[in-house]
Design a protein around this ligand. Structure first.
Ligand SMILES: Cc1ncc(COP(=O)(O)O)c(C=O)c1O
Length: 405
């Protein structure tokens, strides 16, 4: 048995199940699930039709490298979305079966399992796959704590020189899950300088890039930052994108990796043996998805409406920070985040995720502690209903906390 499996931590949703196991919510209240980042907006009809129309593709084994038309569609989409020349569809784009497997697999490609003190720099709180990918690749995560006190700015300069020397991979998450922050050009510039100096590869997780609130200011992506800074061949940079959140198809399992051709060549080799080729049917449906923006704009309109309604209901009682992008409120709560989550569930049948389940104790603190992540993924009506229940719960909790005289 692979001994490294023993290093993996219980997944946050497993811990949540255990936390809520003993609580019984009021029978008359329908459950509202805001703990998991699974988009609940309907899958666009044209996309469902595209899956059906391409079912003939099931009769053929797909190639790991994917169909040229999908790689072209992604390259053209990247060019339109980021205002960059289209990446070379032959060498700079690969299909992946959702960004999750790709984030895991790229670590196995980049890390040398024989190196015993390699580090993978990850944000903290973070998407749990980064940690598992580092541990199974024989490395250890080095956590960069992100807190509201510092505006969630990644503190690259807090990583000591001896740690950078051992760093082989840096995961970035922009727009960030859970805090919604988008990395700036200055932050990319600094990270690219560090990559040049220390030789590590940057994997930029951009699966939330299309969920944002200001139509006039789409989030900056790593490829655009690199081009702007004259890094035209994207040295040691790979971006992961996904249709899951953009097009409300988390079950399609479709995304891409794009960037440095030399890294992607090795990634393709790894993937060929790992057996991660995307079904031809999914590839052809994905072409239709990448070629359409109308459904994505409509998706953002729904998120804007939901975020505004929820904010108006909850903010007067439980102060909320509006995120720049992604679909989470990352909120400080009074007291312990596990107790808040359990009591909210028991009182209101609303499920959120304790922040400490998304983060680790690092450098003397756990930056997720005292926070909850609220995923506004359901309908506008359900989000408003959840807002009313959370506000009422927070109100009664603060009344209970006022000492009687
Ligand atoms: C930060 C982040 N990255 C990647 C993923 C994986 O998404 P998918 O595999 O559906 O592309 C998720 C899913 O919730 C996520 O939150």
């Amino acid at each position: 048995m692979n001994p490294r499996l023993g290093l993996l931590k219980p997944y946050p949703f497993e811990r949540l199940r255990t936390l809520l196991a003993g609580a019984t919510p009021p029978a008359g209240l329908a459950p509202v699930n805001l703990h998991i980042g699974e988009p609940q907006h309907p899958t666009p009809d044209f996309l469902k039709a595209a899956v059906g129309a391409n079912a003939g593709g099931l009769a053929r084994y797909p190639l790991t490298k994917g169909l040229p038309e999908l790689r072209q569609a992604v390259a053209q989409w990247l060019a339109r979305r980021h205002g960059i020349p289209a990446p070379d569809a032959e060498t700079q784009v690969l299909p992946v079966q959702g960004s999750r497997e790709a984030l895991f697999a790229i670590a196995q490609t980049l890390l040398d399992p024989g190196e015993h003190d390699a580090l993978v720099v990850c944000p903290n709180p973070f998407y749990q796959i980064y940690e598992g990918a580092a541990l199974l690749g024989g490395a250890r995560p080095w956590f960069l704590n992100a807190s509201a006190a510092t505006g969630f700015v990644p503190a690259w300069d807090h990583v000591p020189e001896h740690a950078w020397r051992r760093t082989r991979l840096v995961f970035t998450c922009s727009p960030n899950n859970p805090n919604g922050r988008v990395m700036t050009m200055a932050e990319w510039k600094r990270l690219f300088e560090l990559s040049d100096r220390h030789g590590f590869t940057i994997v930029s997780d951009e699966c939330y890039s299309e969920i944002y609130f200001d139509e006039s200011a789409p989030p900056l992506g790593a490829l655009a930052a690199a081009r702007h800074l004259g890094r035209d061949s994207y040295p040691r940079l790979v971006v992961m994108g996904s249709l899951s959140k953009r097009s409300n198809v988390p079950g399609l399992r479709s995304g891409f990796a794009a960037g440095d051709a030399a890294v992607l060549e090795k990634f393709l080799l790894y993937r060929t043996y790992h057996g991660s080729a995307m079904s031809n049917m999914v590839q052809l449906a994905s072409v239709a998805a990448w070629n359409d923006e109308a459904h994505v704009a409509e998706n953002r309109r729904l998120y804007r409406e939901k975020f505004a309604a929820f904010f108006d209901l909850v903010n007067p009682v439980l102060p909320l920070a509006r995120p720049e992008a992604a679909f989470y409120y990352w909120t400080a709560v009074p007291g312990d985040d596990e107790a808040f989550t359990r009591d909210l569930y028991a009182a209101a049948n609303v499920t959120v995720l304790p922040g400490s389940y998304l983060s680790r104790e690092a450098h003397g603190t756990n930056p997720g502690r005292g926070h909850v992540r609220i995923a506004l993924v359901s309908t506008v009506e359900e989000a408003a209903e959840a807002g009313r229940r959370i506000a009422e719960f927070a109100r009664s909790r603060s009344r209970a906390a006022v000492p009687l005289r």
